[in-house]
Ligand binder design. Structure first.
Ligand SMILES: *Cc1c(COP(=O)(O)O)cnc(C)c1O
Length: 400
């Protein structure tokens, strides 16, 4: 039987190859940081690169205090939980991390998941049904799209950050019992922040609730990095926030939903990825708690990230590059041409800069770019080297 299926799979695989869409995984032999050792695919030799494509916004992925907290928790709380939360998989550490998350976001309670993919996958179905409406930004993360698919609520979609279209959809959904507007906090391809102030105003006008996925915005957006609810002065006003521990907050694994108490209470009773999937390990919970302790002490990491982002963007603009307006730590260097984006990313790697080129279908046709992600772990020297490499390759390829 497998023979036929094997042929089918081989065809699929070669189609991906032939379309130039094959994703290779490059092996990093060091810890995740601003400087990493990356194995060359052909020679298998590792070379040192400056990393500008990690979600390590606050530079916490390799932070000594998180590592120490994780090690200590292994000694005091063991390695794994061998249980879901409601049977025997809840430790004091899990409850404390949930408290820290709600303090950070100014919310009433929080619930942990193995990943934000699970948080988004398990948030809609227990809360909404046929009579209700989910109104979702067209560029929302795949996990939101999947979560919405699992829910019986009626689906409405609005063009990315398009408030006129959102209003049209709210009008179209006006007869639904409950309405939930769903948006990413930061859209990962352009780095644009969702217009949460305007979304909130429309939600008030049409009697809808709001959910924001803060995965790329938590730790980044807002003066103290509390996310888009801080940036738009809406702390405590948004019903549902989801997020990840896999980006700004240490970069390991784990996700969460945080917001109104009754919503979190019902998710604990009914959310399938929570009820039927293992608890996060103690070391992850402990390092998560340490993360929020570090962020509560001062604003140093967030300030450094903001300074780095501003410094880099100003230098790139002054060098003549076309940069998408951004309020996050994502900087899209627009090249428009797919082949050029791949060429330039390859040349930048030869210059010691690790960045990724994106082109259709990851971004719209004719919108190819290199995405640069800034981090608090970058030094000014790193940023200068990166800009210099962009200028050198940009000149040789006729971009600037
Ligand atoms: C990264 C990301 C996720 C997935 O988070 P994981 O914890 O890695 O599953 C979900 N939503 C958005 C918007 C993201 O950027």
């Amino acid at each position: 039987m497998y023979k036929n299926f094997q042929n089918f799979l081989q065809n699929e695989l070669s189609e991906i190859h032939n379309a130039g869409l094959w994703k290779n995984e490059r092996e990093i032999t060091s810890a995740q940081f601003s400087e990493i050792d990356v194995k060359d695919v052909e020679t298998q030799r590792a070379s040192s690169l400056l990393n500008f494509c990690a979600n390590n916004y606050l530079g916490l992925s390799n932070h000594p205090r998180l590592i120490a907290a994780a090690k200590k928790a292994m000694d005091t709380h063991g390695y794994g939980m061998s249980s879901v939360r409601f049977i025997c998989g809840t430790q004091d550490l899990h409850k404390e991390l949930e408290r820290e998350i709600s303090i950070f976001f100014g919310t009433e309670d929080a619930i942990l998941y193995a990943a934000c993919f699970d948080a988004n996958g398990g948030v809609f179905e227990p809360l909404l049904s046929e009579n209700d409406a989910i109104i979702s930004d067209a560029l929302n993360h795949a996990s939101i799209i999947d979560g919405v698919r699992l829910c019986k609520a009626q689906r409405f979609r609005y063009a990315n950050a398009d408030m006129q279209d959102l209003e049209n959809q709210l009008i179209a959904a006006k007869n639904c019992r409950f309405k939930l507007i769903v948006t990413d906090g930061v859209f990962s391809m352009d780095g644009n922040v969702c217009p949460l102030d305007k979304i909130y105003a429309l939600s008030e006008k049409y009697g809808a609730m709001v959910m924001v996925d803060e995965s790329h915005s938590a730790g980044v957006a807002g003066k103290t990095g509390r996310g888009v609810t801080e940036l738009h002065n809406l702390r405590g006003k948004i019903e549902i926030i989801t997020g990840t521990l896999g980006k700004s907050f240490g970069g390991a694994v784990g996700g969460f939903t945080t917001g109104k108490k009754e919503i979190i209470d019902l998710l604990r009773q009914r959310s399938r990825p929570y009820l039927f999937s293992n608890s996060i390990p103690p070391m992850i919970a402990a390092a998560g708690i340490e993360t929020f302790k570090i962020l509560a002490e001062n604003n140093d990491l967030q300030n450094k990230l903001h300074q780095n982002t501003e410094y880099f963007i100003n230098k790139m603009l002054a060098s003549g590059f076309d940069i998408k307006p951004t309020q996050s730590a994502i900087c899209a260097v627009m090249l428009y041409d797919a082949v050029l984006s791949q060429k330039m990313a390859a040349e930048l790697q030869n210059e010691g800069i690790y960045v990724t080129g994106f082109y259709y279908p990851v971004v719209p046709k004719g919108q190819a770019r290199i995405r640069v992600q800034l981090s608090a772990a970058h030094t000014q020297e790193h940023l200068d080297k990166c800009v210099a490499a962009f200028v050198k390759t940009g000149k040789s390829l006729g971009v600037i």
